[in-house]
Ligand binder design. Structure first.
Ligand code: NAD
Length: 475
């Protein structure tokens, strides 16, 4: 762990194993924090905030982030291998994702230089009125396992850029790349306590951060159930919140669309990271005339996917992050069948002796589904998508918006007027036209309804990590 600028064991000396899902073997034993370690980390962050970081010049905060970006660039290859083994990511995919890590730090190193308040023309000539944008204090950053280092950086960079000090809690399932980040933070020369890292399970470690009255904000990415619990517990101390929760996003494919492009996006959505992607369009809505052709093409591609061990550069799809997650997805195969949907392209892996654990799953599409079925309503978070047919634009919109989630949507059509109508009528935080959901650090991302609160990425994430003070100056 990283507490007050030092790499330290937990006070109890207790550890937990980090498992390679492709073999089931332990990769490393990681120190497990208790509530006392969390209290030390929060105390160190608060001390650093009050004594140095809140008053550090923007230019100097920017330089520290740029230094960390430079150090991280030199370690991207090593970090990619850590996540390959720790999270089961195919090495080529792991490299591609982590190559963006330094860019996240660089973006906010630049963005923070634009932070400013404004002068207001209030209707009282005896006052000069202006606003100041100030940091919040200590931020607790709770990270999931699907993109461990990338999401940790997307939370840390804006928070630290805005002048906050942070305590990062990686997922207990994938802690290793964030442990290595701690070593780089120490080397980059941040004042001790600006960035702290504690490891361990959601409860008690994450929960201790949520309860600590010294923590001003929690930024959480994870499941909707955990997110709702955090929302409730954060109410006691009225914390600021950014919540990035689940999704059941839809891809609307019209008969006039470039069908091959839409097929490729659907394929990528469930193969990339074994479908463990919150913004993946896991409901594919097909206009009747092209539905059969689309399904045939997608099924053929899914059957041919190169499923294999993550360290091979040939592998397109590795294991799920854990045997537990794979078992959860297998459960949905049974749920789907019981509801009357058919899992297609769900090839039998029994003969694949090269796949060394039960965390491997083939990709699948549920055929013959309706939007009322659980496989169309619940987030499966695996390599499964549900195909639903529609006849009219109105019907497609109604199905798309008939969900408690609202993270993202894709529209495939060559009719520009229809595309713009749908951009307005689809209720989701990100709408993509004729392209898949591809988020980047410089554009805001965050869900409507139960998909979350606030935005990650873009300037909005930086603003969400500040608070506005109004100053009324008597003349
Ligand atoms: P999870 O909710 O189980 O855990 C996420 C993190 O929260 C982990 O670090 C965990 O230890 C911690 N945690 C769990 N319970 C907690 C509690 N009560 N208090 C404090 N911390 C707690 O989620 P997961 O299984 O790691 O991740 C998968 C989920 O994340 C999926 O449902 C997915 O949709 C969601 N996700 C959303 C986005 C997004 O941007 N919307 C991005 C990635 C993942």
């Amino acid at each position: 762990m990283l507490i007050d600028g030092k790499e330290v064991p937990s006070l109890s000396g207790k550890t937990f194993p980090s498992i390679d899902p492709s073999t089931g073997k332990t990769l490393a034993d990681v120190y497990e924090a208790g509530v006392e370690d969390v209290a030390l980390a929060v105390g160190a962050a608060q001390k650093a905030f009050e004594s140095t970081w809140r008053s550090t010049l923007p230019r100097d905060r920017s330089k520290k982030l740029m230094k960390l970006a430079e150090l991280l660039s030199a370690k991207v290859e090593m970090m990619s291998w850590l996540e390959c083994y720790d999270a089961g990511k195919p090495i080529t995919a792991s490299r591609a994702w982590l190559a963006g890590g330094p860019g996240t730090l660089e973006y906010y190193a630049g963005c923070l230089l634009t932070l400013s308040g404004e002068t207001l023309e209030v209707s009282d000539r005896t006052l000069m009125d202006f606003t100041l944008r100030e940091p919040l204090g200590v931020c607790g950053l709770i990270v999931p396992w699907n993109f461990p280092l990338s999401i940790a950086l997307l939370k840390m960079a804006p928070a630290v850029a805005a002048g906050n000090c942070v305590v990062i809690k990686p997922s207990e399932v994938t802690p290793l790349s964030t442990v290595e980040l701690g070593a780089l933070v120490a080397e980059a020369g941040f004042p001790p306590g600006v960035v702290n890292i504690v490891n361990g399970p959601g409860d008690p470690v994450g929960a201790a951060l949520v309860r600590d009255p010294r923590v001003a904000k929690i930024s959480f990415t994870g499941g909707t159930v955990s997110g709702k619990r955090i929302f409730r517990e954060a109410a006691d101390t009225v914390k600021r919140l950014t919540l990035e929760l689940g999704g059941k996003s839809a891809s609307l494919v019209f008969a006039d669309a470039d069908v091959d492009k839409a097929v490729n996006v659907a394929f990528t959505d469930i193969v990339r990271n074994s479908g463990q992607v919150c913004g993946a369009c896991t409901r594919v809505l097909l206009e009747e005339p092209i539905a059969d052709a689309f399904i045939a093409k997608l099924e053929a591609k899914l059957r041919a996917v190169k499923l294999g061990m993550p360290e091979s550069t040939e592998t397109e799809m590795g294991p799920m992050v854990s045997s537990d997650q794979a078992a959860k997805v297998r459960g949905y195969v049974e749920i789907g069948k019981a509801e009357g949907a058919t899992p297609r392209a769900y090839v039998d892996l029994a003969g694949r002796a090269d796949l060394a654990s039960d965390a491997f799953l083939p990709p699948m599409l549920f055929h013959g589904a309706t939007n009322a079925m659980r496989v169309a309503r619940e987030e499966i978070f695996g390599p499964a998508l549900t195909v639903i047919r529609f006849r009219t634009e109105e019907e497609a919109v109604a199905i798309t918006n008939d969900t408690r989630y609202g993270l993202a949507a894709c529209v495939f059509t060559r009719d520009a007027g229809r595309a713009m109508r749908l951009v307005r009528s689809v209720s989701a935080g990100t709408v993509c036209v004729n392209t898949g959901v591809r988020s980047s650090v410089d554009a805001p991302f965050g869900g409507f309804r139960e998909s979350g609160i606030g935005k990650e990425r873009g300037k909005e994430a930086l603003l969400d990590d500040t608070q506005l003070k109004n100053v009324r100056y008597g003349l």
